[in-house]
Design a protein. Structure first.
Lengths: 345, 935
């Protein structure tokens, strides 16, 4: 990987170690003059970001993206976009919960703008969401589910993410054609800026993104009920997610993607449904479902009663209306829109 | 213009723009590849499986999400896999890395999910050994169980799918995720025709595609892709041949000119082969690329050169390369790969070529494949061809034209087999011999046991007969002896019976008794004090208490006697029996002739203990007599003049002896030494030659052995010493030591550097045995029985079990000798000692004599007047009344004195046999048999 990506990897990793001290063992011992295998550090960075961000980082690190060219430039855009999208979705999901539980009251302006923006998502919308919601929480002194957001999402951060919107629109959408030299220059510049943002959100390494595929109730006659959770850990560099099975006295939300503070307990989690969903547990038992891909999908738009998603690994568009829980997702979306945006869709 | 049609080649990612007609399959494949870690893609040959994966599926991935690692088996799938890894790795892989570590490293190099694609996977089942398959399964299992970012795709011909069941036990999920590639349907085929045409700007006439498809599969719905590709290629060539510009058009007319599609491939093949210089050679070369299953296989130029010989074709290497290059140009063969392999472009071609094989060629192919597989197995497991394999190969060997490695393998297999067969035959022979031997031994044992039983029974008979009918007893005993020559009991029976018969006859005054058996009267008035044999064994001599000297010639039994004036202490006779030296009790001595004529006087100095060796005669020569005198020894000439005096001892000389050749004299002295004297030619006198040191007390006696090479000395320190006289400056001294080890007592004469070896242990130190007789000082020792025994005279002043006596208490002891290094106690004593007779005197023997062959022992016990004759194993054979036993030199007789008569006991069984059976001195020995039989 040589020089490209090296700076990004090292800086982000150093930040990650602060939030996840267990990673410190991979740091080189300077006293021993140890050399690190940057590849392993890069892999750790990928794995310790949530999947939607991690998979894009992997693509950015891949061999075909190591030339300072258009391909790399596009991938940087894609990485930042997916990352910000993910962050915004985390915030929206908490807002939905807090609004419903009356922990926060969003200003009308925010609500109105949310209702306008949220049905078709773009880079600009993601940035707006982050800024608006973070400001509201800060003003009302409400704690985020991820407390680090309180510190990290400051003006500087907002400015950093805002930088990307015009760049993405102009360059990312080929409205401006750049020559090779310019592309190279941008690649370097964008990598630095991406590094800064990734550093700011490196606290995500502390949390686990999981997909609850199934929950089984185990209730012997004279015993308390236990809930057997079958989950996939979505912190991975490969879509062959590692599965785990956990027995809990409580149950979480099934068929959901959760952001958890600790995998050992379902006490504290944030359900990211319907904005982030997992189709891996879907049984393809009907012809209509043949087109459904097994992937982690992120919401992109809502049109004519149709929720649309984009895969994270499967890059082509995919119609998920045949999903068995599609109607539930739709309901959830409508509830979300009503709660936050105050509109019925 | 480049053709958009791939002919027989598989499509790759670079051909995605012209890959049409497989959208549904691609979508399905793309979906399935994420269903699990492994995907099985199968279908019949020619359905486009490889193209589907390498082009169709690959094109669905972004470049950053697809890292294909394609693996063909080659010569070994595991090696090929490792080669593929090394090719993809940017960071050098280490040899000790596991497969999953290598994959992980490759992933980390590229950060792309790895897709391991095993194309033409059926080659593993066609060409692979069992060991290769097992090794490969382990690798796949390791990959599937690891967390490595890797998915595995197997592309395999449908007919070999069953072979995958071998994998199922280790990889149960292998069949779960699978996809069958079916033949292309009409609609897709039309798309596959029109799509590339559109991309390349080839105009197609309306209905052209449908017409083409109709031609390919009239009335059918499934298209043979290989045929379609070949046909399209042909059409394209036809079209581009006519038109110079880029505006190519496919029309119905072209279709008509392209001709029939029936056996398109066969036609194509024939056409191309016909292009060769020698079509037969070309076909032979192509046949080399076909496996026994009719599939294609990779071959190097060298392998082809060897292989085509089996088709009766030979070709030089340059010509072969030329043919191969032409085949590549004709698109029948692929370009040579990095490993130097060529192969047919498609399995369909292989199938067509396989149709050209004759039956015998197919057989040869099978056999060749068999040998190659066996060679592979040998490479890994070192298993040679067995007998059945070689028999199978035998009819084809000359036609196979195997490579040198395979030929060597077959040859060595034969050699191994032959050597194994030889070894087996040898083993069989040995086992048979052993078995026969064992049977023989068994039979022999049986008969021996039977025989032994018979012998026992007969021995009992003989014993019973002995008292009643000695003659029959002898007869029976000799019959027993034919079977058992070693039995002491039988020998004893014979000798006793004979003695009994003889005595009977003598007592009865039977005149038929041979003269030699009659006792010889010794005409002396008084009792005989001593009687012994001279050194040459020709005469017996002694004296009586009446001072009469006795000489008996054994040849004719003539007895001569003469009187001497004084009481005799001891006498000595010369070896030639001509002279006597008589020592009187008053310490004087006289020399007489054998007729009693006195020659001269001499003086000597007897001692209280040992006087047997005070005087010795020299062999006939310059010196006559040696006599002990005080601290010296004197040498006399025949006139009675002392010619030399041997001076050197510091104590009294007790004994002397002269070597048989007369060159050496040995003297034993109270100064604890023995001196060896020799005539010194320079100073013209006898001087000490050497000293025998090491004794701790008075040396009482010394004697040369028969050869004159050894001297035995006996001392009051209870030690015997045998010294080696070899004529060198310093003799090697052998120190007498004893060693008790359990119940077996032995005396060991060990070389010792120090003559004062204090580590000696005495025989009688073993208190578990009563061996008092031996716990005595030694005053005399002599060699006996041709130097194979030693008889020592032991003395003490105490008798065991009694109060101190005033006299000297003597006994003689016998030691057997295996060599001058090793003497052991005669068993007679051990028997007595083990029985722990309370009567100590059982061990005390006044006199021992041993026959020259050591078979017989005559002892005169301290108590009693009998001579006990026993055998070497201690068996007491008989006792004779008498004293002074002497064995003849030939060992046939035992002489003894009984009441002034010389008795003779025959101890030679041959002699007895002669008298009894040949001369029938006692009558017919078999006469009594009948009676005993009846009894």
């Amino acid at each position: 990987m040589a020089v490209i990506n090296e700076d990004l990897i090292q800086k982000v990793f150093v930040e990650m170690v602060k939030y996840r001290p267990a990673l410190a063992k991979y740091m080189p011992d300077k006293d021993e003059n140890e050399e690190i295998d940057l590849r392993i550090i890069a892999d750790l960075v990928i794995k310790n970001f949530p999947w939607p961000a991690g998979v894009e980082l992997r693509r950015l690190f891949s061999g075909s993206m190591r030339q300072l060219g258009r391909q790399r430039l596009d991938q940087i855009f894609k990485t930042i976009e997916r990352t910000i999208q993910f962050v915004s979705f985390v915030m929206v999901c908490q807002v939905w919960y807090d609004v419903t539980n009356k922990k926060i009251v969003l200003p009308d302006q925010v609500r109105k703008e949310f209702a306008d923006r949220f049905q078709v998502l773009t880079m600009g919308n993601f940035c707006w969401l982050i800024r608006a919601l973070a400001t509201a929480y800060s003003e009302q002194k409400v704690e985020w589910f991820l407390p680090e957001m309180n510190e990290q999402f400051d003006k500087k951060f907002f400015a950093a993410i805002d930088f990307w919107v015009p760049e993405r629109n102009e360059i990312g959408h080929y409205q401006i054609n750049l020559d090779e030299g310019e592309i190279e220059k941008r690649c370097v510049e964008y990598e630095e800026k991406l590094t800064m943002i990734l550093q700011r959100i490196s606290f995500f390494a502390k949390y686990r993104l999981v997909s609850v595929r199934d929950i089984k109730v185990i209730k012997p006659r004279i015993h308390e009920a236990k809930f057997h959770h079958i989950i996939d850990l979505l912190n991975s560099s490969d879509s062959d997610f590692k599965g785990e099975e956990i027995d809990e006295t409580k149950f979480s939300d099934s068929q959901s993607v959760l952001l958890m503070k600790s995998i050992k307990s379902f006490d504290d989690y944030l359900n990211l449904s319907p904005l982030i969903i997992d189709t891996n547990s879907e049984v393809i038992d009907a012809k209509e479902k043949f087109d459904i891909r097994k992937d982690i999908f992120m919401y992109t738009k809502y049109r004519s009663g149709h929720l649309m998603y984009l895969g994270t690994e499967v890059t082509e568009k995919c119609d998920l209306r045949a999903l068995s829980n599609y109607n539930i997702l739709l309901e959830e979306y409508k509830a979300l829109m009503l709660a936050i945006g105050g509109i019925e869709v | 213009m480049k053709s958009p049609f791939k002919f027989l080649d598989a499509y790759t990612i670079n051909d995605r723009e012209v890959f049409f007609g497989r959208d549904q399959e691609i979508t399905e494949l793309y979906r399935r590849v994420f269903e699990g870690k492994m995907l099985l893609v199968y279908g019949i040959s020619g359905t486009g499986k490889s193209s589907l994966v390498n082009c169709g599926l690959a094109s669905r991935f972004d470049e950053s999400d697809w890292l294909p690692v394609s693996v063909r088996r080659g010569s070994n799938i595991i090696d090929s896999l490792n080669d593929a890894f090394n090719k993809e790795a940017l960071t050098k892989l280490k040899k000790n890395q596991s497969v999953s570590e290598r994959l992980q490293s490759i992933y980390l190099d590229h950060f792309k999910p790895v897709f391991l694609i095993f194309d033409q996977f059926e080659e593993l089942f066609i060409f692979g050994s069992q060991e290769e398959k097992e090794g490969f399964i382990k690798i796949i299992k390791e990959i599937s169980e690891s967390e490595t970012q890797c998915r595995i795709i197997f592309v395999i011909r449908e007919e070999f799918l069953a072979g995958m069941t071998e994998f199922e036990s280790e990889l149960p999920e292998i069949f779960i995720n699978r996809f069958r590639v079916e033949k292309m349907k009409r609609a897709n085929a039309i798309n596959a025709v029109e799509g590339p045409c559109k991309v390349y700007g080839i105009e197609t006439e309306t209905g052209f595609s449908e017409e083409l498809i109709d031609k390919l599969c009239p009335g059918g719905n499934e298209i043979e892709l290989t045929y379609m590709q070949i046909y399209l290629d042909r059409i394209f060539r036809l079209a581009t041949a006519e038109i110079e510009s880029e505006n190519v058009k496919f029309s119905g007319d072209l279709l008509a000119r392209a001709g029939s599609v029936s056996d398109l491939l066969g036609q194509f093949l024939e056409e191309q082969v016909y292009e060769m210089d020698v079509p037969e050679t070309g076909m032979s070369i192509l046949k080399s690329f076909v496996s026994v299953q009719g599939t294609k296989k990779q071959m190097t130029a060298q392998e082809i050169g060897e292989s085509i010989k089996a088709f009766g074709t030979g070709i030089s290497e340059p010509d072969l390369i030329r043919y191969l290059e032409k085949f590549v140009d004709l698109r029948i063969l692929r370009e040579r790969d990095e490993a130097g392999h060529f192969e047919l472009r498609h399995d369909a071609l292989a199938a067509k070529i396989y149709e050209k094989f004759t039956l015998s060629e197919k057989e040869l192919l099978e056999v060749r494949q068999f040998v190659e597989n066996a060679y592979q197995a040998f490479s890994t497991r070192k298993t040679w061809l067995n007998n059945e394999d070689l028999e199978y190969l035998a009819p084809y060997e000359k036609s196979l034209f195997l490579s040198p490695a395979l030929t060597q393998f077959v040859k060595q297999s034969k050699e191994k087999l032959h050597s194994q067969q030889r070894a087996l035959k040898r083993l069989t022979r040995i086992v048979a011999i052993i078995f026969i031997g064992l049977i023989g031994l068994g039979i022999r044992y049986y008969f021996k046991q039977k025989n032994t039983q018979e012998i026992r029974e007969n021995t009992v008979f003989a014993l019973l007969q002995e008292k009643v009918d000695p003659l029959t007893s002898i007869n029976t005993a000799f019959k027993i002896r034919e079977e058992d020559t070693l039995s002491s009991l039988v020998q004893g029976i014979i000798i006793r019976s004979f003695h009994s018969l003889l005595n009977g006859k003598i007592s009865a005054g039977d005149s038929s008794v041979p003269q030699e058996f009659l006792p010889v009267s010794i005409p002396v008035k008084d009792s005989i004090c001593s009687f012994r044999m001279n050194r040459s064994g020709t005469h017996l001599y002694g004296w009586s208490s009446g001072n009469e000297i006795i000489l008996l010639d054994l040849k004719d039994s003539r007895v001569t006697t003469f009187s001497v004036p004084d009481p005799v202490l001891v006498i000595e006779m010369s070896d030639d029996a001509k002279y006597f030296a008589v020592i009187y009790k008053n310490s004087t001595g006289e020399v007489f002739t054998s007729s009693g004529e006195k020659i001269f006087d001499f003086q000597t100095s007897p001692n209280h203990l040992m006087n047997n060796r005070l005087v010795r005669f020299f062999p006939p020569g310059k010196y006559f007599l040696a006599v002990v005198k005080d601290n010296t020894a004197e040498i006399y000439d025949s006139t009675g003049t002392v010619i030399y005096r041997l001076e050197g001892h510091t104590g009294s000389v007790n004994s002397l002896d002269i070597s048989p050749d007369g060159r050496f004299v040995v003297t034993a002295s109270s100064d604890k030494n023995a001196l060896i004297w020799n005539y010194n030619n320079r100073i013209f006198k006898f001087t000490p030659y050497d000293t025998i040191e090491g004794h701790l007390d008075t040396v009482w006696s010394c004697e040369f052995n028969k050869t004159g090479k050894y001297i035995i000395t006996a001392s009051g320190d209870s030690m015997l010493r045998i010294s080696d006289l070899n004529g060198y400056q310093r003799e090697r001294f052998l120190t007498f030591t004893t060693n008790t080890s359990g119940s077996r007592l032995s005396t060991l004469f060990l070389p010792s550097e120090s003559s004062n070896d204090t580590k000696q242990k005495y025989l009688w130190a073993d208190t578990s045995l009563n061996l008092d007789a031996h716990n005595k000082k030694i005053c005399d020792a002599r060699f006996a029985s041709n130097d194979r025994a030693i008889i020592s005279s032991n003395y003490s002043y105490d008798m065991p079990g009694c109060e101190k006596t005033q006299g000297i208490f003597r006994t003689e002891v016998v030691y057997f000798g295996q060599s001058y290094n090793n003497y052991s106690l005669y068993d007679y004593y051990l028997t007595k000692a083990r029985n722990k007779y309370s009567d100590w005197s059982q061990q005390y023997i006044n006199c021992w004599e041993i026959s020259p062959d050591r078979q017989f022992y005559a002892a005169v016990p301290r108590l009693g007047n009998d001579i006990i004759v026993s055998m070497s194993n201690g068996y007491q054979m008989l006792s004779l009344k008498g004293s002074n036993p002497m064995f003849s030199f030939d060992g046939k007789y035992l002489y003894y004195i009984n009441d002034r008569k010389l008795g003779r006991l025959i101890v030679s069984l041959n002699e007895i046999y002669s008298f009894v059976f040949e001369k029938k001195v006692f009558g017919d020995p078999g006469s009594g048999n009948l009676m005993w039989l009846l009894l």
